[in-house]
Structure formats: C-alpha cells, structure tokens
Write a protein of this length. Structure first.
Length: 255
C-alpha cells in the first residue's frame, strides 16, 4: 500500500499546466520529442523529461542608444523600439541559445548599418523608408530562429548642438527666401494690375479724372492733412473762356 501511494505521488508530480499563450518544448533524456500545451499535460517524472517554456506573446524590446555616423559624415545618436514574437517555439529553443538577446543584437547591428547608408537629411525626413529597411533586414536574419518581427521603428535621433544651429540657420534662410519670393510675386501682380488700369484710363479721360478725385477725397478724409488740387489744363482754359464771356455780358448790360 505505501508503495502504491509513493507511485501515485510520483505520477502526480509529472502534471504540468501551460497558459494559453505558452508552449512547452519537451526533451526526453536530452532529445527533443515535441511540444505540449496549452492546458494540462504530463511529463515523465524523475527527470526523464524536461521542458523549456516559450512565451508566444508580442515582446517589446527597446534598442539601446547607438552612436553612429551617417553617409555624409555626421555623428548621430539613435535609439529604436522593437516588437517581435515567437512563431515557432521549436526553432526558437533548438536553433539559438537566447532568442530574445539574439534578436536585439541583430536589430542593433541593422540600425547602425542602415543609418550609415543614408545622409542626415534622409534620416530626419524619411523615417518611414528607413524603418521599412530595418524591418526587412531583421526579418531576413531571424526567420530561421522561428521569430517574427512585428515592428521596428526609430524612436529618437539626436544630432550635435553645432549641427542643430546650422540647421536652424538654414531653415531661417529658407523661410526668408520664401517670404521674399512671395513679396516679389505680389509686387509683380500689383504692377500688372496697375498697368492694365493705366491702359484703360488712357482711352477714357473721364475715368482718369474720377480716379483722381477719389484719391483727393481719400487724402482729405485724414486729419491734419493738406490737400493739393491738380486741375487739368482743359479745365483752366474752360474757366478762362467762361470768365471772359461773363465779363462781356456785364459790359453789354451797362451800356
């Protein structure tokens, strides 16, 4: 009876459970025999069978900051974030000693290599393109380990202070250039409009005179202003003739 009880306890000691997101890689006397889980499963007791558990969930791994040189010889500090998961637990255990560490090192090396193949402007402006290249490089290297890369993205790009000042000066010069171009285009449009208006008024003296009177009224509307009236020569001759005519009428009446 005690022997049966001891045997029963030994058999119970071989019971194991794995969560839904876990898989157990089983070794019998050192040789791989298969996968177990999720749920309840049994291992041969007394060390005849051993297991290595693998988490199948997505793992988030920050890539430590790296100092590297771009293609145009600018030193930058770059860090990234890696998301990956185990797709094949058997390969993850049998083909690499520590798949998490191995994937992180591949991502780190790829980050340095890809940054070195691009200029600083591309690193700052074309992050989507660089992230895609990083993901493709890492996927190709870790596929044989049974690992899938979900996402790999650069997080921060730190450039030297001197380069930041140069870039700020360049951006300010570009903004000033755009402002001057816009101002020149506005002056060109205004001059074209004025030229069109002048051509219309040359053929219509009445319109020219109305515009002159409008300008006079606009100037007179301001306080403490002196208005100088410029009367056309035709108006002066007409006024002289009218004055002479009226004087002749007065003399005829007196006579």
């Amino acid at each position: 009876m005690p022997l049966l009880l001891i045997l029963f306890v030994i058999l119970l000691s071989g019971l194991r459970t794995a969560r839904e997101y876990e898989r157990a890689v089983i070794f019998r006397l050192g040789r791989y025999v298969g996968l177990r889980g999720p749920g309840l499963y049994w291992l041969m007791p007394l060390g005849l069978e051993r297991q290595s558990r693998v988490d199948m969930r997505v793992i988030t791994s920050p890539i430590e900051q790296q100092e590297t040189v771009t293609r145009d010889s600018v030193t930058v500090k770059v860090n990234a974030v890696l998301w990956f998961k185990v797709a094949n637990p058997e390969k993850a255990v049998l083909t690499v000693q520590n798949y998490t560490r191995a994937v992180e090192q591949v991502a780190l090396t790829s980050l340095r290599n890809v940054i070195g193949q691009h200029d600083l402007d591309e690193v700052l402006k074309s992050r989507d393109k660089i992230n895609e290249m990083l993901q493709n490089n890492v996927r190709g290297n870790v596929a044989e380990w049974g690992v899938e890369i979900e996402l790999l993205e650069m997080k921060d790009v730190e450039i030297p202070q001197q380069m930041q000042r140069v870039m700020a000066m360049e951006a300010e010069a570009m903004r000033e250039k755009r402002a001057r171009i816009i101002k020149a285009e506005a002056e060109l449009d205004a001059s074209q409009k004025l030229a069109d208006a002048a051509r219309l008024m040359i053929g219509n003296p009445a319109a020219l005179e109305l515009r002159r009177m409008q300008m006079v009224s606009e100037v007179g509307a301001e306080n403490n202003s002196t208005t100088v009236m410029m009367i056309p020569a035709e108006f002066v001759h007409l006024a002289n003739n009218l004055s002479t005519f009226l004087e002749g009428k007065n003399e005829d009446r007196k006579a």
